[in-house]
Design a protein around this ligand. Structure first.
Ligand SMILES: *Cc1c(COP(=O)(O)O)cnc(C)c1O
Length: 376
């Protein structure tokens, strides 16, 4: 049986978790959390990184930092995970969805300007499959209209756009360390702060609205409630697990790329025969092999293919139900312009098994079964 995903295990997780356990400090912001924050800051040249309990929570922190209020509008693709929208809806925002480009499934940067109104506060590009959005165009619009850019880089840890790591290009960036992502600790995330004006408030929001971080640095002699906030810091056990993964990030990344390239080469033939469409990686992008997907003719063919692969013990999945047509999406937002690609392309897309502990032989057998299905 080849499952769709298995969370990566690299070997040191148990050792570090035990170290955390014996350190006598299990709550947040101990040594392992600091190590993870520093690792992100150094590796990605980020001004500040703060581990969080999830990417959803990093997005919620970003929405508070961007000062999102009732009636503000936030622009994002409809083809994304619910948290991208929810984090802003809980602050009272209306979501303005913009169509995706069919080649990368990322927000179409050329359709953003027409969605901007006087109420627009932020743009949230989602780097789908770890492949970067056209950030130059997006940052230019943000400058022109004085908007905040929050990158949903949940899938984009270790990817770059024109040499810059994803998550470090917008004002704020959000990472996920959920077990389905490249580097994980079960549930976890990080907020990356690239605009220094947000750093102090971010520390406060993350610590239940208190100035506890300043207290620990000896900058105030007692800590108290100073702002809104929540409990967004993960336990040291999670941070210890994550640190083992980050230490091995290059190893995980290069193996995932081997897997991705094996799929790409192995399925090229099916593509040239017109049976499937493979993902596009723009020249400006170095990706992290977060996902291998392909597109088939339509929904009906996808259902048949998933059933066929399942009968061969290969588990594949699809996503997302476009947010603008979902129950909550209709209540809290709307599409701006036409839905030319979001719905149509999402119905054709299927994701293949790809994880650190899959073997290249297993990948080859998925390729063989795909060829069998199309009888080539
Ligand atoms: C996984 C994911 C999230 C949510 O991440 P969590 O850490 O599970 O909260 C948000 N956005 C995108 C695009 C994702 O893929």
């Amino acid at each position: 049986m080849i499952p769709f995903n298995k969370p990566a295990i690299t070997g040191r997780e148990e050792v570090y978790m035990k170290e955390a356990m014996l350190s006598g400090h299990l709550s947040g912001d101990g040594e392992f959390t600091k190590k993870c924050n520093l690792w992100i800051e150094e590796k990605f040249k980020a001004k500040k990184a703060l581990l969080t309990t999830s990417c959803t929570h990093a997005l919620e922190m970003a929405a508070i930092l961007a000062d999102i209020k009732e009636g503000d509008e936030v622009i994002m693709p409809s083809y994304t995970f619910v948290s991208t929208a929810n984090a802003f809806v809980v602050r009272g925002a209306r979501i303005v969805f913009v169509d995706v480009r069919p080649d990368t499934m990322n927000i179409n940067e050329n359709l953003i300007e027409q969605a901007i109104t006087l109420k627009t506060k932020a743009i949230v590009p989602v780097h789908y499959a770890g492949i970067a959005c056209e950030m130059d165009a997006i940052m230019e619009l943000a400058k022109k209209y004085n908007l905040i850019v929050i990158e949903d880089a949940a899938q984009g840890v270790m990817s770059t756009y024109k040499g810059k790591y994803l998550g470090t290009i917008g004002h704020l960036g959000c990472y996920s360390f959920h077990e389905t992502k490249n580097y994980n600790c079960g549930e976890g995330g990080a907020l990356v702060i690239n605009d220094a004006q947000f750093i102090e408030r971010a520390e406060i929001i993350r610590e239940k609205g208190t100035n506890r971080a300043r207290f620990f640095r000896g900058q105030v002699d007692k800590y108290s409630w100073v702002d809104i906030g929540s409990s967004y810091l993960p336990s040291e056990i999670n941070a210890a697990f994550l640190y083992a993964q980050l230490e091995n990030a290059d190893l995980i990344n290069s193996y995932r790329l081997d897997c991705w390239n094996t799929y790409f080469k192995g399925l090229k033939d099916l593509e040239s025969k017109g049976k499937v469409v493979l993902p596009t990686v723009p020249e400006t992008v170095m990706h992290n092999a977060h996902m291998f997907y392909l597109k088939v003719s339509d929904l009906d063919e996808r259902t048949k293919l998933i059933t066929y692969l399942k009968s061969r013990s290969i588990h594949t999945v699809f996503h997302y139900v476009p947010l603008h047509s979902s129950q909550a999406g209709r209540e809290y937002g709307q599409m701006n312009g036409e839905d030319n690609f979001t719905t149509k392309e999402s119905e054709r897309l299927i994701r293949l098994p790809l994880y650190f502990n899959i073997s290249l032989d297993e990948i080859q057998s998925v390729i063989n079964e795909l060829n069998n299905f199309y009888e080539v």
